[in-house]
Design a protein around this ligand. Structure first.
Ligand SMILES: O=C(O)CCC(=O)C(=O)O
Length: 267
């Protein structure tokens, strides 16, 4: 499987409609790949909290439509990063927004939507403005099973164990992770790949918006822990061969997953 991670840089000056058109063109440029991955909230702005209400859109809104068309034109499976979704109904916490990742097939159909489970912001940002997702989401595509998670989710290894137990072989993680803690991003991405013996495709944001400098350093990590590709701090496309046979061969030759014993806290 040939994958492209498109690490997008943006600031505060680029209008959202221009950015959507620019990124759609970048996706089309990746024709020839099987899978293309974009970062979290690249259209509305990962840290542009004040704009989220006005930039929210439904699952079939303008960003989704542009990404569906780009996936079809490029003939790729597209993990389009996430949008600020305007929910069809008020959620359990009284919010009407969610941080929702979208995956499209080469025919432009939507294969999956994943609402970020762990909200980042410690009482502000996502917890104040958004509902938390409740559902584990995997996608069968390209002869493998993709497990979906978003940015801050990376700090919660139990989610990845559940994705593993649901048959995931490739962890796909879009993010808007700041430069200030980029060492955590790199370390935990590698840890998730090693502990779950999965491929990890982690696509971060670059540039500075809403006063926060993004960390870049998107990475592709093999189930063995080998870092196959790593981006720098600026806009960049990582183009990699993902050898899916490495998942069963790693699990067979170093069968640590077969030694799992702990099933959770005692009753
Ligand atoms: O956990 C972190 O340090 C960053 C997380 C984050 O920026 C996010 O989830 O949007």
């Amino acid at each position: 499987m040939r994958a492209a991670l498109v690490q997008i840089a943006y600031g505060d000056d680029e209008p959202v409609t221009d950015r959507v058109a620019r990124v759609a063109a970048l996706v089309r440029d990746q024709a020839g790949h099987d899978l293309v991955v974009l970062p979290e909230l690249w259209a509305p702005g990962g840290f542009s909290y004040r704009e989220w209400e006005t930039r929210a859109e439904p699952l079939d809104g303008p960003t989704a439509q542009a990404m569906s068309a780009a996936a079809r034109d490029a003939g790729v499976v597209l993990h389009a990063g996430s949008i600020v979704e305007r929910l069809p109904a008020v959620g359990a916490d009284g919010r009407t927004l969610a941080n929702t990742s979208l995956v499209f097939g080469p025919d432009g159909s939507r294969l999956a939507a994943y609402r970020k489970i762990h909200r980042f912001g410690f009482g502000a940002g996502e917890p104040r403005l958004m509902e938390a997702g409740t559902d584990l989401v995997t996608v069968d595509a390209l002869g493998t099973r993709l497990g979906l998670s978003t940015c801050y989710d990376l700090r919660f290894p139990e989610l990845y164990r559940s994705l593993l137990d649901a048959g995931t072989e490739v962890l796909v993680v879009p993010a808007a992770w700041p430069m200030a803690r980029v060492a955590h991003w790199t370390l935990m991405g590698r840890a998730r790949a090693v502990e779950d013996q999965c491929w990890l495709l982690a696509c971060n944001t670059a540039g500075t918006h809403a006063g926060t400098t993004m960390g870049g350093h998107s990475q592709v990590v093999a189930p063995t822990g080998e870092v196959v590709a790593e981006a720098g701090p600026d806009e960049e496309v990582l183009s990699v061969d993902v050898d899916l046979a490495l998942v069963p061969s790693t699990r067979e030759s170093f069968p640590v997953l077969a030694d799992r014993r702990w099933q959770g806290a005692p009753a």
